[in-house]
Ligand binder design. Structure first.
Ligand code: GAP
Length: 450
């Protein structure tokens, strides 16, 4: 950052507008007027989402040798959701404005509206009624009760029903974990704040199976691991906090639960949940499926039903978190404000921008050659249009951490300008050193949190 710069964080309007303008996120079915609360990830958005997913997957499966992966189907046997408690209890209290028909989640209404039973628009509210959040559909051509299936409202159950398969086929022993990333669906009464709360979203969940006597120890371990993960991603730590669930907030399966909350532009909100689910899920699946899901410790010969510590993060919600955390408007001079996304280089959709100073005199060809070389190690973007300063700013706005300019001097002595997004510093270096210099700069980011 330049010495005299001042910065400000983005509002939701700024972030939504940048996402649309630069191809991160589009409204679903835009040409038909849009489908409310559904969003499509554009060329840069899908890269960002994939990188966050990869960062999480590496953290959970590569850096923890006691965790293995899984990818279960979205549709599961309907009995799964009876056993899990979702058919009976996965509902929110809903009320309706009797004049405008606008719907509200009862627990999200201010106390004053709950007490008076008057909507924020000043009209009488209907009586609260329970609304199940699961999407129901039918498998096959006949719509009868035996063909009912649900779109999974969490990925976790796919892990529980596969726990024995994993045990029998991998060399895991308790304590161990199973990680999974995938779509989940909830028919939310109110969706809002862009991609924060949607009906179709993605989760990154890990279920850690432990001895019942060690649940509290592992719960604390995973709280620490998960907050450290966000530090490694470069998220500002003063924008993260833990919030413990009170007894009346605990989900039906939980003995203890903490949310990791992030300070979004609209306030502190849940980003991830860490839950002690006890043996609730395995004992219910044992009962409903009629299968013994207990674990036999081959060393101690003890047989028991493991407890489960769950870490459950929203992937699509993490995209909004990373965008909100990275967004800055930096005042460089009185009438010069640059918009910059300060992504961690491992998350940035493009790592290196490559520009010829001008198109002529063989500079474009030279720049193309250098870009092709760099592609082997980094995601690159070639841009030859407009003034060089504007090209830098276009890359700042999408969070590209490094840019390279090829000029006449390059032809003479094989050196280029490497420009750093965050400091805007420019250094002259030999082409042969580019890859190593960029890797070194990325490594410096990666050291944080290690
Ligand atoms: N398996 C436990 C579970 O699903 P949860 O607290 O209901 O727990 C976990 O959800 C995470 O999933 C949340 O912290 C959030 O990041 C994400 N999530 C939940 N509902 C969502 C929605 N409607 N839209 C986007 N993300 C959502």
């Amino acid at each position: 950052m330049s010495d005299h710069a001042t910065t400000s964080a983005g509002t939701m309007e700024h972030i939504v507008s940048l996402c649309k303008r630069r191809g991160f996120v589009f409204q679903s079915s835009d040409i038909y007027g849009g489908l409310s609360s559904a969003w499509d990830y554009g060329p840069l958005g899908v890269e960002l989402k994939n990188r966050i997913q990869r960062f999480w997957w590496r953290e959970m499966t590569q850096l923890h040798d006691d965790i293995v992966g899984l990818d279960a189907a979205i549709m599961m046997h309907p009995r799964v959701w009876e056993a899990s408690g979702h058919v009976d209890s996965f509902s929110d209290l809903m009320v309706e404005d009797t004049v405008t028909n606008e719907r509200f989640r009862w627990d999200h209404l201010p106390e004053e509206n709950q007490r008076t039973k008057i909507s924020p628009a000043g009209n009488p509210l209907s009586e609260p009624k329970q609304f199940n959040l699961m999407f129901k559909t039918h498998l096959g051509p006949v719509q009868e009760s035996s063909s009912v299936v649900y779109l999974r409202p969490e990925t976790a159950q796919g892990i529980y029903v596969n726990y024995k398969n994993v045990l029998q086929t991998s060399r895991v022993r308790i304590p161990f974990g199973i990680a999974q990333v995938g779509k989940a669906f909830r028919n939310e009464i109110v969706t809002k704040n862009f991609i924060f709360r949607t009906c179709e979203f993605e989760q990154m969940e890990m279920q850690f199976f432990v001895h019942p006597s060690e649940d509290e120890k592992w719960f604390e371990y995973w709280k620490e691991q998960r907050i450290n993960y966000y530090r490694k991603m470069g998220i500002k730590m003063d924008r993260l906090r833990f919030a413990q669930h009170g007894p009346d907030e605990l989900a039906h399966y939980a003995k203890d639960a903490f949310d990791i909350q992030f300070l979004f532009p609209f306030g502190w909100q849940e980003l991830e949940g860490i839950h002690n689910r006890t043996d609730f899920d395995l004992s219910r699946h044992s009962e409903f499926a009629g299968k013994d899901l207990s674990y036999l410790d081959d060393l101690t010969k003890e047989r028991y039903l493991p407890y489960i510590i769950e870490t459950s993060a929203g992937l699509t919600r993490s995209v909004l978190m990373v965008l909100s955390d990275a967004y800055e408007e930096e005042t460089i001079a009185e009438d010069d404000v640059r918009t910059v996304l300060r992504f961690h280089p491992d998350l940035a959709p493009i790592t290196v921008g490559v520009f010829p100073l001008v198109k002529k005199d063989g500079l474009a060809e030279l720049a193309r050659d250098i870009e092709r070389e760099l592609r082997e190690d980094f995601t690159t973007f070639y841009d030859q249009s407009g003034a060089i300063g504007r090209r830098y700013r276009r890359q700042d706005e999408i969070g590209t951490p490094y840019c390279i300019t090829i000029d006449y001097e390059t032809k003479e002595n094989n050196t280029v300008t490497l420009r750093y997004r965050d400091s805007m510093e420019q250094v002259r270096i030999p082409v042969a050193e580019l890859t190593i210099r960029i890797k070194q700069a990325i490594r410096e980011y990666q050291r944080v949190g290690e």
